[in-house]
Design a binder for this molecule. Structure first.
Ligand code: SAM
Ligand code: FES
Length: 347
């Protein structure tokens, strides 16, 4: 009868909250295999065997926020802080363009040094130099006007995970100055401005219940984003969640498959965190329905400092190595990295 629910999801892209809970709680290895077969079929219908790449540039690890799970939270005094200069960021893009990247993702903490005019200046320089590339920003919560200015400067896309839909759960993961509703409102602002938006959450975050996950699925359905980034929560030794267990590969893959069936045309990355909890996590993510990978383009010297969680992979590699490594990994499971902006078909 749970297979029937998977069929229903595949055929109608919609489930009730109760059905989501049953489908998540009732999962078995056999059911997961059935889900992944369906998810791959849907993925191949829309995206073939192509895998899109995004060059991730982690340009600052200063952050004004204090999310309890995050290794670069403000109150982690052991974090070694850095920010890249504009020239360093442009160098990353130059290297990335030669390696075949047509999307650059500028991600960082909420760093007051990077004011909106400074960010807009960097975005517009990237836009001028590489007009055939998409520019994705991932720099947290801002006012509508700030998002608009950055969009006008040439940013196309914005990644902002909603983290968890439920306000009470949100408060267990963040200080009181932050709220789930404010973050969701940022996503609606970004969408109304015209950004292609990405949202998502951590699988197995502390205190997360199946009901929370069901709410997350319903929120994703309502928001209908262009991209959904989910990855396992992984503890960081300098946070209060240091002793919490990491999210599992098994549940992350299962949710990837479910998201593929719910939003057939969405962009779905197999994340670095997934590759961190299992050596073949990203390959398995692709086989569960994912279609994006995000190799690191940050300068090697700073990578070990952008430590959101422990044992993060790729911190010692050159950008070219990282790109080639991922290209080979995708080939090993029958998929191909392509040179393409990789715009979402989910419009
Ligand atoms: N400051 C921006 C923001 O708030 O969206 C972007 C950077 S933030 C570090 C990027 C994402 O990292 C968060 O949305 C969160 O889901 C993820 N993250 C942070 N700590 C993590 C952890 N311990 N395990 C897994 N993912 C984590
Ligand atoms: Fe970065 Fe393999 S993906 S080294």
């Amino acid at each position: 009868d749970l297979k029937e629910l998977i069929n229903k999801l595949r055929d109608t892209q919609t489930l009730s909250k109760n059905e989501w809970i049953r489908l998540i709680d009732g999962r078995t290895p056999e059911l997961a295999d059935y889900l992944f077969e369906n998810a791959r079929e849907v993925r191949i219908t829309h995206y073939g065997h192509n895998v899109y790449v995004r060059g991730l540039i982690e340009f600052t690890n200063y952050c004004r926020n204090d999310c309890y799970y995050c290794g670069i939270r403000k109150s982690n005094l052991n974090a070694h802080r850095y920010r890249l200069t504009k020239e360093e960021i442009l160098d990353c893009c130059r290297i990335g363009y030669e390696l075949g990247f047509r999307t650059f993702v500028l991600q960082g903490g909420e760093d007051g040094w990077f004011t909106v005019p400074r960010l807009a200046d960097i975005v517009s320089d990237i836009h001028k130099n590489w007009p055939d590339c998409a520019i994705t920003l991932s720099v947290g919560e801002m006012e509508h006007d700030a998002y608009q200015t950055l969009f006008d400067a040439g940013a196309d896309r914005y990644l902002l995970r909603h983290e968890t839909y439920d306000e009470a759960h949100y408060r267990m993961l963040h200080p009181a100055s932050l709220s789930a509703l404010h973050r969701q409102n940022c996503l609606w602002d970004l969408k109304s401005i015209g950004y292609q938006i990405g949202t998502g959450f951590m699988v197995g975050a502390p205190f997360q219940t199946t009901e929370n996950l069901a709410d997350d699925m319903l929120f994703l359905k309502e928001l209908n984003p262009h991209m959904v980034g989910i990855g396992p929560f992984i503890p960081h030794h300098d946070t209060q969640f240091a002793e919490e267990p990491a999210g599992t590969l098994e549940l992350t893959l299962y949710l990837l498959g479910l998201i593929r069936l719910m939003l057939p045309k969405v962009l779905l990355p197999a994340t670095t965190a997934l590759g961190t909890i299992s050596p073949t996590g990203r390959e398995q993510g692709i086989l569960a329905g994912a279609n994006v990978v995000m190799p690191n383009l940050s300068p090697t010297e700073v990578r070990k400092d952008y430590l959101l969680y422990d044992n993060k992979i790729c911190t010692g590699d050159e950008s070219a190595q990282c790109k080639n490594c991922l290209a080979q990994r995708m080939e090993s499971v029958g998929y191909h990295v392509v040179v393409d902006r990789g715009d979402s078909l989910n419009k």
